[in-house]
Design a protein around this ligand. Structure first.
Ligand SMILES: Nc1ncnc2c1ncn2[C@@H]1O[C@H](COP(=O)(O)OP(=O)(O)OP(=O)(O)O)[C@@H](O)[C@H]1O
Ligand code: SF4
Ligand SMILES: [Mg+2]
Length: 351
């Protein structure tokens, strides 16, 4: 059976065909540790708190937020590189949170990853051809000329020449190395690729080339992406939908156009104000947003149940510091967790 047919058969043998590609509910991950001195009490940091995400087959979900907001921890839980404290993860038809110590090979094949630092994630002792060939041997048992032909085909798909197969990772540029990571991720014919800041380490000119390549690959193969980035500018044109994370929580999600044109959450507004925009009218708007955000005096740290953005929010209200906002649907699609958008109380509630 060809790799293509094998991958199709594996996908068909799972239960996901009619269902979502990714469905995450109430995902919670905390890290425990002990502060430097041995007599200090252990601490526990909740890095990801009650996160929900959805990706339909062939769709791209952008996951954005500043450093430390929990994006990589979410991605690592989906890849089963760490075990969550709570919540459910269904990906490519597998119940990931129910896996024991051994992760099924079929899952490893169906869900692939591309990380920020290709030099760190590519084996420096192997030539590119061997790096791309490895998953073909592991997942499809390909050998000899058949495997060599498939490696050449994959390198061609990501815009690399046949002679790159004989090079070592250190001999390639950053953009070329990331193309190798993409070829290696594509080799097992996955249904979902988790891209954790795949272009953040690249020059701006190279970033758009790699983003365009990812778009081509998606159109050609029908793969879905979870595209993690700290910069909204990187994901706004590539994502169908965007989820915005702040301090471990998703605070807004919806169609990419609506999120970027009409952000509902003050933190999404702040992210947009930080993203460079070539349009002068938008630059003026961004300057105004930045002024608003820097004008606000830092408020008290939010109470455990309060809005996580309360200490930085220019629209903070008394309710924000002690009550976590419920989800409210947003006109234009998606939803937001912010008291500015709370539904008005019903007559019964106001009595
Ligand atoms: N292995 C770990 N041990 C302890 N704490 C961790 C670990 N990994 C992440 N954290 C903490 O979890 C929180 C979320 O980190 P995470 O790496 O998921 O954020 P991120 O949104 O990916 O940030 P960045 O944009 O910098 O990559 C941070 O407070 C971080 O310090
Ligand atoms: S809930 Fe309140 S503090 Fe939080 S983002 Fe909305 S207005 Fe700002
Ligand atoms: Mg990260």
């Amino acid at each position: 059976m060809s790799p293509t047919n094998t991958a199709k058969a594996a996908a068909e043998s799972t239960t996901e065909d009619a269902g979502p590609l990714l469905r995450v509910r109430n995902l919670t991950v905390s890290f425990t540790g002990r502060r430097s001195a041995p007599w200090r009490r252990p601490f526990s940091n909740v890095a990801v708190d009650s996160v929900g995400l959805d990706i339909a087959p062939g769709e791209t979900l952008g996951l954005v937020g500043e450093s430390g907001s929990g994006k990589s921890t979410t991605a690592r839980a989906i890849l089963r590189l760490l075990r969550p404290d709570a919540g459910t993860i269904e990906a490519a038809g597998f119940r990931v949170d129910a896996f024991g110590r051994r992760v099924p090979a079929a899952y490893r094949r169906a869900v692939q990853a591309v990380f920020q630092d290709p030099l760190g994630s590519l084996d420096p002792t192997k030539v590119i051809g061997d790096i791309v060939a490895e998953p073909l041997a592991v997942h499809f048992g390909l050998r000899g000329p058949e495997r060599a032909k498939r490696v050449a085909d994959l390198l061609d798909q990501v815009g690399l020449a046949a002679h790159h197969a004989r090079r070592y990772p250190y001999e390639l540029s950053g953009g070329q190395r990331q193309r190798v990571s993409i070829a290696r991720a594509l080799a097992p014919e996955p249904r979902l690729i988790v891209l954790d800041e795949p272009v953040s380490a690249l020059d701006v000119s190279v970033q758009s080339q790699v983003v365009n390549l990812l778009e081509d690959v998606r159109e050609r193969t029908g793969v879905g992406y979870l595209f993690v980035a700290h910069d909204l500018a990187v994901v706004r044109h590539t994502s169908d939908r965007i989820a915005v994370m702040y301090r471990g929580r998703v605070v807004e999600e919806g169609p990419a156009d609506r999120i970027c044109e009409l952000p509902a959450h003050p933190y999404t507004d702040a992210l947009l104000a930080a993203a460079p925009d070539p349009d002068p009218a938008r630059q003026r708007l961004q300057r105004r947003r930045r002024r608003e955000l820097t004008a606000v005096a830092p408020g008290p740290a939010p109470a455990p149940g309060g809005c996580p953005f309360a200490s930085r929010c220019p629209h903070r209200m008394p309710v924000c510091t002690d009550t976590f906002p419920d989800w409210t649907d947003v006109t234009g699609g998606g939803r937001v967790a912010c008291h500015l958008h709370d539904d008005p109380p019903t007559p019964e509630e106001s009595r």
